[in-house]
Write a protein that binds this ligand. Sequence first.
Ligand code: ADP
Length: 484
Amino acid sequence: MTLSGRLSAFFLASLALVLAGFSSALYFAAVSYFDRSIDDRLGSALATLAALAEDGPGGLEWEPHDRRAIPGKDSDPDQVRWIVRGDRGEVVDRSPNLGGGKLPASATSRWADASGVPWRVAAREVRSADPGWPGRRRHEMPRSRAFALTVALRLDPSEAALARLGLALGLLSAAVWGCSALAGRRISRRALAPLTRMVADTRDLGVEDPTRRLPVARTGDEVEDLGLAFNGLLDRWHEALERQRRFAGDASHQLRTPLTAVLGQVDVALRRDRPPEEYRRVIGLVRDQADHLRRIVEALLFLARAEADADATWPDLDRFDLAAWTSAQIGRRADLGRGDILSWQPPDESSGPFTVRAHPALLAQVFDNLLDNARLYGDPDAPVTLRVAREPGVVALSVEDRGRGIAPADLPRIFEPFYRGDASGRRGKPGAGLGLAVARRIALAFGGSLDAESRLGEGSRFTLRLPELPAPAGLVPGLLQATG
Ligand code: ADP
């Protein structure tokens, strides 16, 4: 069933319920109104007749002075009919419009006469207040001891009116329901037409032209939102596709270049016999290129794995004090003779441990990359400033160099795999543009971030931020050198 069909069915079922409820309520209100008005008319007719029975010594007398006050002269079917009977059952008087007709002696809410006409009958007894009755003989009392008053109204006029009302309500409800069904169908079809068109357009979209977008009708409602959201998704998908294509192109280029160099060197070396030191030189070059290739492949594997495990939690993370860990890393680099000129002021003891949770070896890779870049792209004679500071909820490790800085156009792209900025400042660094991409991925994996700020011609600052944790009891900074 289509969406418009489901919506219309729900709407029409609700409307049918409302109309049925409303019509029944109206019909039963009319039934109760007719009931009450018939009872009221019979009651007031009984009261009028009772007032006409004159009580005196010797019993009741039926001889009304003003016969005009008596109801029942009009022969209309909806007029009251009545009979007054004496205590011996004899008919004392009857309404002119009753003719020779009969009425039952007792009250009944529905009584059918000989010709099947329905009636409602009400009755009342009027008794004499003369106390002479008990003990006197019947013939000594010429008047009646009691009158039985019976009044009746035909029910067929009000029943016919109710039947007409029922029919009118039924027809009106059916007409309202039918018109609503037609209008609802048109409206829902028109409202959903842009959606139907969008479905047809989506089926037409092919992968051969990823720049194609859905035409979005400016309806200002959810359908427009859906179209815009879908086009947004296509934009992001296109962007991701482009990134992937660029990545594949860059990766193959980066892998092909050292391979071509290796093959070239080997071919030249094999062209004729050479002295052993020449072979040693070529083998050394081949080794360097192979090492470079190994590093590229390792970085690519890391990025691919990190991408696939984006939501996975990393096992084996250690908790440690980032300030103490940084001091230990500086010592390690000095031992390796990496030639850093550093300005490093460990934070005060009073500021307590800067506890973070990370994989020390991977974090050391980020640290090395930032310091190597600062040394290579910054001014080699100016010290690189290292700082560990506390920010709300995070611990920040910043590496700041003075030097050429990064052009504003390059800044947002330096974390993309294979992106290498201005070639003039590389000073022959054999990188592949993967270091910062890997470093940022590592920071993200630990729930942190890696950001760069830079002023062209002045220098750059890279800041690694990691969530700060409460210090574990008995954290020993010296222990970190073993893990770092
Ligand atoms: P690589 O160093 O192998 O080129 P990276 O991913 O480490 O790759 O760096 C990407 C680019 O970012 C570099 O090519 C360089 O242009 C720029 N960059 C990185 N660090 C700095 C820095 N400290 N100062 C200036 N530019 C930098």
